[in-house]
Design a protein. Structure first.
Length: 205
């Protein structure tokens, strides 16, 4: 029989059982696989194939595999968290046992770049000309997903490079930020699509 001194003690639950603020709230339902699929038809196959080779390829693969996740299981995981003071991992009590999900597991599952962000990083580029070409009503924010959908109706005559930029913006809106179609992509994130090198190296994780 193991000695009591060898028993590992974990921190208590973040919230009492049944008292989590997320207990009666639904999960984010803005990231639909069907939205990702619209890119293939709206921006053509050459753009779809290009996005499959990008740093956000995991989302294209999910769409092609018709991947379905269980929101109920994730909801259970989040409402049974332990009080761990670490921004890079969460612990949850599952069937009476603690399990960990950290940035390492997230990087392994998604293959997204999860290195540390350089605090001196400051990417800036003049985006106004491309925003005007996309017929976006504001230059101080990123586009709405609905604006990107309308753009697909006439962007078939655009160069592949510009259509890939639109595809990246769609992935940012739907997959990275999980935004409602009425919410704009943060400008700091949206501008990165204008530089393919910066975009591929960006620390999305």
């Amino acid at each position: 029989m193991a000695s009591s001194s060898n028993v590992i003690k974990y921190l208590p639950r973040l919230y009492e059982e049944g008292k989590s603020p997320l207990q009666h709230r639904s999960m984010n339902h803005n990231c639909f696989r069907s939205k990702i699929g619209l890119l293939k038809e709206g921006l053509s196959l050459d753009v779809w194939d290009e996005l499959k080779k990008s740093s956000l390829e995991v989302f294209i693969k999910f769409a092609e595999l018709q991947y379905t996740w269980s929101a109920q299981k994730v909801h259970y995981f989040l409402t049974h968290q332990l009080g761990i003071n670490n921004n890079h991992e969460i612990w949850s009590l599952i069937d009476g046992r603690p399990i960990r999900f950290s940035l390492h597991e997230f990087a392994h599952v998604t293959c997204l770049n999860c290195d540390l962000i350089d605090p001196s990083y400051n990417f800036d580029v003049d985006h106004k000309e491309f925003w005007k070409e996309m017929n976006i009503g504001t230059t101080s924010d990123g586009p709405l997903f609905t604006e990107l959908l309308k753009l697909m109706e006439f962007s078939n005559t655009w160069s592949k490079e510009k259509r890939v930029m639109v595809g990246r913006l769609c992935l940012l809106s739907v997959c990275v930020h999980g935004l409602h179609h009425g919410s704009r992509i943060p400008l700091s994130s949206a501008k990165i699509v204008l530089d393919p090198v910066i975009f591929e190296k960006y620390l999305w994780g």
